[in-house]
Write a new protein. Structure first.
Length: 289
């Protein structure tokens, strides 16, 4: 048996009960949209949804991968829903978002890994809400030649792809993925279109060493990654990878200082940081700067 570990005081979050939280929830239900906030059992859902910040997850709720940290169901996904781009765009317009984050499951079953669907969603949001900045959080498009070009051509404002953990832990934590594939993807975005901001992040508390995290930061800088997020890994169910340690808020702050020195344009590092947490205010700050 592997019980869920007790969380330290700095991880506790309030139960969601704000009226806007319920409005956001209803809109997602009525529009038949899936959110990573719910699928990943994100601890920030009360706070984010009370501000209408929901991160929609496109291409279904079944993933072709089985990462050891992730709460999303693994299996053979259903066919793509051709009406989804319209519904996502309509929801973004109704929520009145100045910045939206769109993510997806991995679709190794599709010849283009879902790249065209991502592009359709980006284009639909641009049409419905021209002033909303668009951040996408994509799969790695492993062995999907031409997929990255299709997504980059749709010109998202921020291209985010999470590296999740240090290379040594890939075989156990991200068994279907390859560290250098993810790094190459981020590098590829910048080579194709240097005007797109790139972003990536890691979950800490999986057993990584400090020097390994610093090395990943250096790898990111070599690939010209602009934004970095670091958050505490939380075990979604006892079947998932156990938390190796709870990284203290002070240690997160120390990582943040190191990252700023290494030259990232933006760094978000705290126990409850997720790649879409405060993404809108962070991006607005950057634009104003
Ligand atoms: Fe959703 Fe991201 Fe907020 Fe979590 S941090 S609730 S995933 S928007
Ligand atoms: Fe979860 Fe993404 Fe891994 Fe699929 S690829 S299991 S959605 S983290």
């Amino acid at each position: 048996d592997n019980p869920i570990q007790r969380k330290p005081a700095w991880i506790r979050v309030k139960a969601p009960n704000h009226p806007v939280y319920h409005e956001t929830r209803k809109l997602m239900r009525d529009s038949n949209l899936v959110t990573v906030c719910e699928e990943a059992a994100c601890p920030n859902i009360g706070e984010c949804w009370s501000q209408r910040h929901a991160t929609m997850m496109i291409m279904g709720e079944i993933c072709t991968r089985a990462c050891a940290f992730c709460n999303v169901t693994t299996g053979l996904p259903k066919a793509l829903d051709a009406d989804e781009p319209r519904r996502v765009a309509e929801a973004v317009a109704k929520l009145g978002l100045r910045h939206v984050v769109i993510t997806s499951v991995d679709r190794d079953d599709l010849p283009d890994g879902g790249a065209r669907h991502f592009a359709r969603v980006i284009n639909a949001i641009r049409d419905a809400s021209p002033t909303t900045t668009i951040e996408i959080l994509t799969p790695d498009f492993m062995r999907k030649d031409g997929a990255l070009e299709i997504v980059v051509e749709a010109r998202p404002d921020v291209f985010n792809h999470n590296i999740e953990t240090v290379p040594r832990l890939y075989p156990t934590i991200r068994p279907g993925a390859r560290y250098y594939q993810s790094l190459r993807l981020l590098d590829g975005v910048k080579r194709l279109d240097p005007t797109i901001f790139t972003k990536s992040g890691l979950m800490l508390g999986l057993g990584e060493e400090r020097l390994e995290v610093w090395q990943v930061m250096d790898d990111f800088r070599i690939a010209d990654v602009d934004f970095l997020t670091l958050g505490q890994y939380l075990q979604p169910t006892p079947k998932h990878a156990a938390v190796a340690d709870f990284v203290t808020p002070e240690a997160f702050e120390s990582y943040a200082k190191t990252a700023r020195v290494k030259g990232f344009l933006q760094v978000s590092a705290s126990p409850l940081t997720r790649s879409s947490y405060h993404a809108d205010s962070d991006f607005a700050q950057l634009r104003a700067a």
